[in-house]
Design a protein around this ligand. Sequence first.
Ligand SMILES: Nc1nc2c(ncn2[C@@H]2O[C@H](COP(=O)(O)OP(=O)(O)OP(=O)(O)O)[C@@H](O)[C@H]2O)c(=O)[nH]1
Ligand SMILES: [Mg+2]
Length: 342
Amino acid sequence: MDVAILADAVQRGERRALARAITLVESTRPEHRAQAAELLDRLARAGRESIRIGLSGTPGVGKSTLIESFGLMLVAQGLKVAVLAVDPSSKRTGGSILGDKTRMEQLSRSPLAFIRPSPSRTHLGGVARRTRDAVALCEAAAFDVILIETVGVGQSETVVADLSDVFLLLLAPAGGDELQGVKRGIMEAADIILVNKADGDLKPAAQRTCADYAGALRLLRRRPQDPEGFPKAMTVSALDVSGLDTAWAEICHLVEWRRAQGHWQASRAAQARHWFEEEVRQTLLARLTEPRARTLMQALSAQVSEGQITASRAADEFFSRIWPEMDSTKPPESLDAVPDTP
Ligand SMILES: Nc1nc2c(ncn2[C@@H]2O[C@H](COP(=O)(O)OP(=O)(O)OP(=O)(O)O)[C@@H](O)[C@H]2O)c(=O)[nH]1
Ligand SMILES: [Mg+2]
């Protein structure tokens, strides 16, 4: 495969090339890894930027319906929309974005839309990297908006929040004053809470729930990256397609304000740092599962359990043998070789 040709086709926005490119970055085969790295290097130079919108919500809250309605509204305005999913539990059948193409039937037929099913099941670190690469590919393909969906389980919302410029939390109308067990961290990451299903009989409940969450949001610590009135809660109906234009207007306002204030670039830079550090951590952890490391670990842990060596000595020993430059007893002289950043 010629990576340069593929890169050009992606930059021209060819959807088949984009799909192939995502398949390439999702592959774990070593020869594919090298090609994927080259592809991403080439495309990074395109310097294109989309609005990346993260969307999280528990199963059944209406994410797929909302993406269809919201996506159709955007493509009707002539915007190019990509839809990606972070779903660590894609073993699930019903809810995965793949089975959902039926629900996003109209959107998937639009020439301005690109919908990608979630990558096959793997640990979250792997999903995060692949989704991040897929986002970069969609940006290079000049999509105006990238919607990144996740169900609210495990750590996946955090991953999505760290991949997006604007993070939306989708909630259902609650009965009475019951709270929906929304984790505090997710509330804190949300830029806009959308209470969905504000239609028919559910409308009053949706309005109450919205007021409750608006109150809860006011209690949170004020964040520097927010203009007046954010984070905010609003009601929408994905089914009746109501409130979505207002939500889009709020998103645009937020994006413009953050760009003007420098928060946009600062957030992207912080995310890049975060992903670099995460990559280092993941690589380190992967190294620990290599045969040589495992054998040495087992040998040393046997010695530790028999009291022949202390746990911390054994750890020092482990690193000095497997990874001499990580020996904590030596000064970090090798770091001198790291060039100063310009
Ligand atoms: N009344 C009403 N029902 C809705 C609305 N949006 C979605 N629904 C219904 O809620 C159910 C679940 O919607 P989905 O869009 O599949 O929800 P989801 O969040 O994608 O669910 P998972 O993919 O399983 O996580 C469907 O029966 C929808 O028709 C809405 O705005 N109003
Ligand atoms: Mg769905």
